[in-house]
Design a protein around this ligand. Structure first.
Ligand code: FES
Length: 122
């Protein structure tokens, strides 16, 4: 079965114009159904849109990944609590103690805003 996706607005581009390459921003997004979603937005010119985004929660024990160490060469983030490493482009958990992937999102810039691609049933 295929999953439906929609583009959700993250933020206006003017609000992130001061970010430099590899800067990150923690954002709380409201989904179409009203639920909140915490994400980390990072400026990364190796990506087609110039941005990447991933969910701001470790799948091991729900730690925020916002204080985690991001490596933009390997595109990984290390959880600050127990050290699990995740691929921030694919979401894969690469090291224990995490085994489940994090959610990652495609990002596009359009009409002065950034949007991310999100499954309808997240
Ligand atoms: S909470 Fe992230 S590795 Fe344990």
């Amino acid at each position: 079965m295929t999953e439906n996706y929609y583009w959700a607005k993250i933020i206006n581009l003017e609000e992130v114009e001061d970010l430099n390459e590899k800067d990150t921003l923690e954002l709380e997004i409201e989904l179409d159904d009203g639920r909140p979603l915490s994400i980390i937005l990072a400026k990364d010119n190796t990506q087609e849109s110039g941005w990447l985004a991933f969910e701001n929660i470790c799948t091991h024990d729900s730690e925020s990944l916002g204080d985690g160490e991001i490596d933009f060469k390997s595109h990984t983030v290390k959880c600050p609590r127990h050290g699990a490493i995740f691929d921030i482009l694919k979401g894969d958990a690469m090291t224990l103690p995490a085994v489940a992937p994090i959610r990652v999102f495609s990002v596009k810039a359009d009409e002065g805003a950034l949007y991310f691609h999100i499954p309808s049933k997240i």
